[in-house]
Design a protein. Structure first.
Length: 570
């Protein structure tokens, strides 16, 4: 009875082992090697995924499927672990016989002899190729630009964190921006623009060394980080190579186009290891960005190194951005007015409203500095509404106090002009201040007309409202003049630069603008009149109106009332 029980138990044990072997072979990739890594057993799943026949695997070294992906230190750590009799677990990328790659989640179990030394290893693997492909896709989405496949800002920070810096190493950052990419998008469409960005990305990579890092930050902006200890001369050579390569013609869909790039370079040596590498790289990028802006101001298609003066300018801009956030609420803005003079009778017929800003920290700040920041941050819409309300209210007060001007002229930013609520807000302001719309003249630039979609509809809406429109800085836009006949425009303002240079060529330009304006029945104003000679010349050409320091600097509302009475009494 005992003998039968033992045999029964043995049969049951053997059956369990066969069942376990069957289950393992059906669910996992199994291989057994000797202590030296020579394959002694390979199941069908191993043959299937590796594309090798059993006869090819048995007797071969386990590295027959080595993909070359993992480092020597990776396998050294693996063999050290199992050689000590411990189980190893990890993910391995292997190479099949046909050259394809696959990933396996691997557990290697050592079998030990009586002396505690491994005499064979059993590897149990599970195919995770699909999972790894999905992980790579997710990483691609998170760390790489979808269009150019260059690293994005997330990958930039990751790269910085993984490449620790040392003191006395030179750190070089390029900030690149294409010079005329908007024109390409406008003329050829965004589909072609995307292909240009792909081409530029490929050319940029080709200009750099394997150890350099390049990323797309969005739009047409790129950042390059050169390998450690790149000296200034080498940085200049790389920058010139990029300029030359990017400027070569680009052919897309049988169309030839070209673009150039402006490069800002920040090249500095670390005196100490930064506590926050990401903060350090952000600062370096901002310095390079400021230098790029100067390269672009110098005509583009060149490079400029960051300098202390530029960095001071960057700090000032940053401070202005902070201070401007509360400037309107803190009542730091004020409006001054410059008279518009009828050149036939020297009477004041209107004023141009001009914005001024005085801050307790920065003092008086030029509009040339702060208005672009208002536009960049979008604050110009709120500030612009305040200006319109203030000047309309002021015009109404002048009228009630006996100062009867024909119009008050207000500059309107392109950002403000393209706001969908612009006409609606203006109509509300007119109703609130009870000012007749015919007294309002809005000044817009030629660029506003050319760059903003649906500008014609907005201009016709303003005409229907009774508001006049003036083209400011006329003659500097290098644009087609066909819009002058097509759009409801009332006034042309000759840019000050033409009045400053009244030589023979300058006179021809001014004469042409005045003659054309009068023939098209526009009012023509010359701005920037500062001398009797300029005034006499414009009077001879029968220019309608003028403004400038010759008559008056911009002054406050009370001085306008006094000036009006003074000129009326003459």
């Amino acid at each position: 009875m005992i003998h039968l029980t033992y045999e029964t138990q043995l049969d049951e044990t053997q059956k369990k082992l066969r069942d376990l072997e069957f289950a393992l072979n059906e669910s996992a990739i199994v291989a057994i090697t000797d202590s030296k890594g020579i394959i002694q057993f390979a199941n069908d799943k191993f043959c299937h995924i590796s594309k090798y026949r059993q006869q090819e695997l048995i007797g071969s070294n386990q590295n027959i499927v080595n993909s070359g992906y993992h480092s020597n230190s990776f396998f050294k750590e693996l063999w050290t672990t199992i050689g000590a009799g411990n189980v190893w677990h990890g993910e391995i990328k292997n190479r099949a016989k046909d050259g394809t790659y696959y990933w396996v989640d691997t557990t290697i179990v050592p079998f030990l002899n009586d002396q505690g030394k491994p005499y064979q290893y059993t590897s149990i693997r599970y195919d995770i190729t699909t999972r790894k492909a999905y992980e790579e896709y997710i990483e691609e989405m998170a760390y790489y630009d979808a269009l150019t496949h260059l690293p994005n800002r997330n990958q930039l920070y990751k790269w910085v964190d993984e490449h620790p810096r040392k003191t006395d190493e030179t750190y070089t950052v390029f900030f690149l921006d294409l010079d005329n990419f908007k024109i390409i998008n406008d003329n050829f469409g965004h589909g072609i623009g995307d292909k240009v960005l792909e081409e530029v990305s490929g050319r940029l990579r080709a200009c750099l060394r394997e150890s350099d890092f390049v990323s797309r930050q969005g739009g047409d902006e790129f950042i390059v980080i050169l390998e450690n200890n790149t000296d200034k001369d080498t940085a200049m050579c790389i920058a010139r190579k990029i300029l030359d390569t990017i400027s070569l013609p680009i052919y897309i869909n049988d169309k030839e186009m070209s673009t150039t790039v402006s490069i800002g370079i920040n090249n500095e040596t670390l005196n100490k290891i930064p506590e926050n590498c990401q903060e350090f790289i952000e600062t370096s990028i901002k310095k390079a960005d400021t230098a790029m802006y100067h390269a672009k101001k110098n005509g583009g298609n060149n490079f400029c190194f960051s300098t202390p003066d530029q960095n001071m300018e960057m700090d000032r801009k940053f401070q202005m951005e902070l201070e401007l956030k509360n400037a309107l609420a803190s009542d730091e803005f004020k409006i001054v007015y410059q008279p518009l003079i009828n050149l036939k009778n020297n009477q004041i017929v209107g004023v141009e409203a001009l914005l001024r800003w005085k801050n307790k920290e920065l003092g008086s700040v030029s509009p040339i500095e702060f208005i672009p920041i208002l536009e960049k941050t979008g604050q110009i819409i709120q500030v612009g509404k305040w200006i319109l309300w203030s000047v309309c209210n002021q015009m109404k007060m002048w009228q009630e106090n006996g100062t009867y001007l024909e119009r008050i002229s207000v500059n309107v930013s392109p950002i403000q002009f393209k706001d969908k609520k612009f006409v609606q807000d203006l109509k509300q302001i007119i109703n609130e201040t009870e000012l007749d719309a015919s007294y309002i003249e809005l000044e817009i630039t030629e660029g506003t007309i050319l760059e903003i979609e649906n500008v014609s509809q907005t201009l016709h809406d303003l005409q229907e409202l009774g508001v006049k429109v003036s083209i400011d800085d006329f003659g500097t836009g290098y644009s087609s003049l066909s819009y002058l006949k097509q759009l409801p425009i009332d006034t042309l303002k000759i840019d000050k630069s033409f009045i400053d240079d009244l030589d023979m060529d300058g006179e021809i330009i001014v004469n042409t603008i005045i003659s054309m304006g009068k023939n098209l029945r526009f009012r023509v104003i010359a701005e920037g009149i500062e001398t009797p000679q300029q005034l006499n010349y414009l009077k001879k050409q029968e220019c309608h109106e003028g403004q400038g320091y010759y008559f008056s600097r911009p002054v406050n509302d009370k001085e306008i009332a006094l000036l009006y009475k003074k000129l009326q009494s003459k």
